[in-house]
Design a protein around this ligand. Sequence first.
Ligand SMILES: Nc1ncnc2c1ncn2[C@@H]1O[C@H](COP(=O)(O)OP(=O)(O)OP(=O)(O)O)[C@@H](O)[C@H]1O
Length: 884
Amino acid sequence: MATETNLQVSVKSIFEDVLQQQGARSCNIYLDSRKSDESSLRRYEAAGWLRRTVGVVGGKDLPAEPSEEEFMHGLRSGIILCNVLNKVQPGSVPKVVEGACDSVILSDGAAFSAYQYFENVRNFRVAIQEMGLPTFETSDLEQGGKSSRVVNCVLALKSYSEWKQSGGIGTWKYSANSKPAGFGIAKSFSRKRSESMNSSFSEKSLDSFCSDQSDSIEAGSVSSFGILVRAALSDKKQEEIPMIVESMINKLSEELESRLATHKELIKITAKAMEESATGHSLSQTASCDDKAEGVEVKASSAEEMVGDESSSIESERKELYDYKSDANEEPMQHVLKLHALVEQKRRDIQELKHCLCSTKTCMQVLQMTYQEDVFNLGKHLCSLANAASGYQRVLEENRKLYNQVQDLKGNIRVYCRVRPFKPGQSNTLSSVDHMDERTITILTHSKNGKEARKAFTFNKVFGPSVTQAEVFSDMQPLVRSVLDGYNVCIFAYGQTGSGKTHTMTGPKELTEEGLGVNYRALSDLFHISNQRKETISYDISVQMLEIYNEQVRDLLSADGGNKRLEIRNSSHNGINVPDANLVPVSLTSDVINLMNIGHKNRSVCSTALNDRSSRSHSCLTVHVQGRDLTSGNILRGSMHLVDLAGSERVDKSEVVGNRLKEAQHINKSLSALGDVISSLASRSSHVPYRNSKLTQLLQDSLGGQAKTLMFVHIAPEYEALGETISTLKFAERVATVELGAAKVNKDSGEVKELKEQIASLKAALARKEGDPENLPGSPERNRSKLGSSPSLLKWKSLSDLSCSTVNTEYESSSTSRRDSLESRETLVTPSHWQPLGSPLSSSFTNEDDRDSEASGDWVDKVMVNKHDNMSTRPGKEKGQPRL
Ligand SMILES: Nc1ncnc2c1ncn2[C@@H]1O[C@H](COP(=O)(O)OP(=O)(O)OP(=O)(O)O)[C@@H](O)[C@H]1O
């Protein structure tokens, strides 16, 4: 269209030039009539095209320059319209009604027949609408209708027809407002209808000339040129016209030739530009590929999106370019300009994109560097964490060793005394217990001459009648932890029948939470601690329950009620064990309760009315613990025997016979054998007589070496049981006296000093590992905080706390002699004036460790004395040492 306009403008200017050269006066501009002229010209154009296309219809020709009324009147039947449409688009109106009434023309110019009128026009409008062309209302063909819409529709059809004729290349476009040539400038030409061209240079020849010059130029425009020419020549003399026309033609042909040359040139440029654009695009793609190949991780999604968007936009633009190329024949100038602009735009876009890629690359490199730095720092941090973790593991390991050393130094054999309360209804009963303090029990007795006398026995601890189950357990709790560290522990309940052994080990018949005995509490504690350590060590805990009756071992957890006799075996792998006894894995305290119920049931099955099996047999609950260190893979094995011994009362041989006698003999034998073993161990005897009884045989691995033995000696307070009480205490004395010797340490000995130094340096080393200045020994903050947080440390006691001695002093009942007696005890173990140092380990302990260190009280300082004793005498590797 632009080309068309350009050409028209050129033709117009040529006319003007020619007219000026000829001295012709310029046409006047009639601005007021411009509008009507414009619509008239459009109408003429439409009419001209209709005439040329369909010729004479129904014997009536449409005037070449019809008035508005003539135009509408001519088209009202719809025949011309339908015919012209069928020519443009064959078959669009399959049946054009050309009725007999055609010739009947009413005087008012109305429709020939209503049928024709509506049918043809309707079919035409429908077809036009389907083609997407602008249409009009049927009423527009009536008087007062909008003829401009009809004209517009016809011109659109004309434009479409021409587009089609030219091959239908590109997209058909039609602008309803396009003006006929000559109206793009401020001049218009009017012509009187009556005026005719009376020359050889007829209207027709000029029209055909114009139309010959450019096929692509709309015929309507050519018609306008004709009008222009006619208007220009209207006032010329006849003889002037050939000359004017000739010069016009010359000018026109010149103009057209130059136009064609430009057109060709532009097409060349366009093709070149398109090639460049395509090459530029592929270059940018190659560049992006190269970038990728270089390994530059331009992965910023936004940049990729941009590139992606741009590629697709370039692709679409490229397509458009090709479209333009196809349309180039129609509108070369405009297309070329557009293409130029487009190519420039694309170049700019590509440049911009390259910049963007560059900056993204830089950003990515910076980011990469930052990440690398972060990863490096993280690695360093991880290394230091790993070091700290392994250091922490080492500290824990050391802590475990130290802890167990402390347990060793406290004495591998500990003897506690527990006094049962009077049974209900015994309030007036005379007690054999004269006095009790923390470690001493004084029994009321009589001397040989019948005078009242007292006998004092010293233990590691004395528990009075009011002491609770929890308090009893708290004192032995640290030993439970040793089992988890791979040590063997043996806990015995010793005493005469009815003295409270079962109460201590299991609890009262009606079990309550407070009443739970050592067995439940120990296992519950094992579960608790093993659960706390689950991140570092995986534990398997299993339980066996055996009974030794008349020197026969039975399984209390067997389904047959424990009737089968079992053999004790010694294997290199498992040590001493009873392979045929049930070993039941447990993980909850409730599991243990259930198993113990089974055990008690089996034990009572074997009882008779006259013979309470529980007091006539030893029951042994054995807890086997196997722990696997998750870091090193090391295996720790420990076991704990919880033994409820048979009643220790002596049976007068003259009074009992048969089974009772046999039982008594077996009990005496086994208890005596136990005493012998413990004595031998405590005195570091070269021979330990384990094989003298099934009991000592069974417990062999858990007695001696680094194994820990704890004996609860039970006392019945009734005076009438004095004989049994004395004999029980003497047994305990036998066990404990040997340990007493070990506790006789001179506080000033050089070895003790040496030990003190060793422990101080250990503390310092641990504090350094923790990197906590507060934990360095001697730090005032540390001492303050430890003293503040651990009152037990303030309650510093003398070294006599450490003794496991019993002292028998038979003396007259007087306060003086009693004081003397106490003083005499003090000489055995010298009171310490050492200041409490606290434990540097405690800060690195877990809660569990804190609890345990608290439970063990001021253990670090206690270590100092006993360590000397044990270290100086302990053989290198003995039985009962943790098996790793
Ligand atoms: N410390 C205690 N507090 C309260 N009651 C106790 C205590 N010790 C023992 N008893 C009670 O005394 C009675 C006898 O105790 P227990 O059965 O434990 O003695 P035993 O030594 O195990 O006897 P046996 O050797 O016959 O089995 C039980 O009723 C028990 O509940």
